[in-house]
Design a protein around this ligand. Structure first.
Ligand code: HEC
Ligand code: HEC
Length: 204
């Protein structure tokens, strides 16, 4: 898959996604786990629900997002040191199957917020910064835009800092624009809110 095309698709909001936004309950049929999925779950957690604060959950991520990231990671375009070499030579078809599998798993539930004030500041900021236009109002993501609800708080904070300050190769610079001017304390509030945000069921 040419990377130019990946980058091209990683632009703007696709109209079709609005249909997904209106979509019904979490009713995707989960395909059988590809053999390689067990290796992924060692870090990304059983059922794709991460228990590691630095590692994102994969369950319920939009399929296109996972597929794109797997290609970028395999090609070394998005450096993920923990996954270095892991995808060497893995054919596209297997990456597609992995993406399909993880996308179909139900997303993790969010734990209750521990800091109500930070949660409210983060919620107001996310609303003012229009994060939901791309990530959708339930922050479940769509197409090439990732799910950011109920991800581990430290992962969210670290990835926002990275996307704001040094997106690096293979990352979509659109997020640098979306986070422009936000201070570290703002990102911490956003991370606290998103990590503990439970989209009203059954929105994704
Ligand atoms: C040794 C631990 C480890 C293993 C094994 C591993 N990953 Fe990862 N993966 C990570 C870490 C850590 C990140 C986050 C990197 C970052 O913060 O930028 C990541 C990021 C990702 C991302 C990007 C997600 C996002 O939200 O940005 C995808 C997709 C992914 N991994 C899929 C997989 C798949 C599929 C497998 C199995 C073939 C796998 N990973 C195996 C540690 C691992
Ligand atoms: C114009 C569309 C757009 C807007 C607005 C936007 N995002 Fe994003 N966001 C993206 C895309 C696309 C990515 C994936 C980046 C990539 O592929 O490298 C992303 C990635 C992220 C990630 C990394 C998640 C992961 O798993 O790797 C976080 C966290 C995030 N956004 C939070 C936010 C927050 C908080 C806001 C509001 C302040 C916001 N985004 C506004 C499009 C957007």
């Amino acid at each position: 898959m040419p990377v130019e095309r990946l980058r091209a698709t990683a632009r703007g909001v696709v109209a079709a996604a609005l249909l997904a936004a209106a979509g019904a309950a979490w009713a995707q049929a989960v395909p059988p786990a590809p053999a390689r999925a067990a290796a992924c779950m060692a870090c990304h957690g059983a059922e794709g629900r991460s228990r590691d604060p630095q590692v994102p959950s994969l369950a319920g991520q939009p399929r296109t997002f996972v597929e794109n990231q797997l290609v970028l990671i395999r090609e070394g375009l998005r450096p993920v040191p923990a996954m270095q070499g892991l995808l060497d030579g893995v054919p596209d078809a297997e990456l597609v199957a992995l993406a399909q599998y993880f996308a179909a798993l139900p997303p993790p539930p969010a734990a209750a917020a521990t800091d109500g004030a930070a949660y409210q500041r983060g919620q107001a900021l996310a609303s003012r910064m229009l994060c939901g236009t791309c990530h959708l109002p339930g922050y479940g993501g769509q197409q090439q835009v990732p799910r950011i609800a109920a991800q581990p708080e430290p992962f969210l904070l670290a990835s926002m800092k990275q996307l704001r300050d040094r997106p690096g190769p293979g990352r979509d610079t659109i997020m640098a624009a979306a986070l422009h001017g936000l201070k570290d304390a703002d990102l911490a509030d956003l991370a606290h809110f998103l990590a503990h945000f439970q989209p009203p069921s059954p929105a994704r």
